[in-house]
Design a protein around this ligand. Sequence first.
Ligand code: ZN
Length: 240
Amino acid sequence: MNDKKTLLIVSAHAADFVWRAGGAAALHARRGDAVHIRCLTFGERGESQGLWKQPGMDLATVKRRRREEATEAAGILGASIDFYDCGDYPITVTEALRNRLVEDMRALRPDVILTHTPRDPYNLDHALTHELVLRCRMIAQAAGHESAHPPIGAPQVAIFEPHQPEQCGFQPQVLLDISPVADVKLAAMKVMGAQSHLVEYYGDLARRRAVQLVRNGGAPGARHAEAYQRVFPVTAGELA
Ligand SMILES: [Zn+2]
């Protein structure tokens, strides 16, 4: 029996996956699991502040640089990456975008899909991505949907931690010990030069989440953690 898992991370912008799920990606990749990242956009308009401060910057250059950074970060984490390049701030959901994500879900057959919160008053691209993921998961499950691939089962959807969790109604349900790959995540974060101000912030967040992980019975030596919230119930044969 194949015990290797497949993770699909759907990131609205080119760097979201690094800050919020980089540890999970590195942890699973190290275990031999397949980790696939799909960036709907490069975050070229809304999340590339560092690049836009440079004189003479233009959209094509920002997109190219963001692609390079995110590709390098994914390589460090041990994940494959692809970009849909559908334009950010705002993302517009087209039939082509929906079909592409449905086909990716059917082809990759993830055991778990990681994505944004359903609510994010600061960033409606993130909330839209959550809904798009659930909609595409639903279509990918439909027996009558025409595709080159068979329908998928019922992969869990794990929401990664948003930048301002309280405003997004985020409830940590799973604290993932990423201590063994904290150095890998740090190296991936450091290549995202357009948003270098976030490296310290997400390092601090991981240390705080690790304190909570230990408090909740996790490994006493844990020093770095990421928080996740599940969309669907977890099935079990026993409670303890
Ligand atoms: Zn984003």
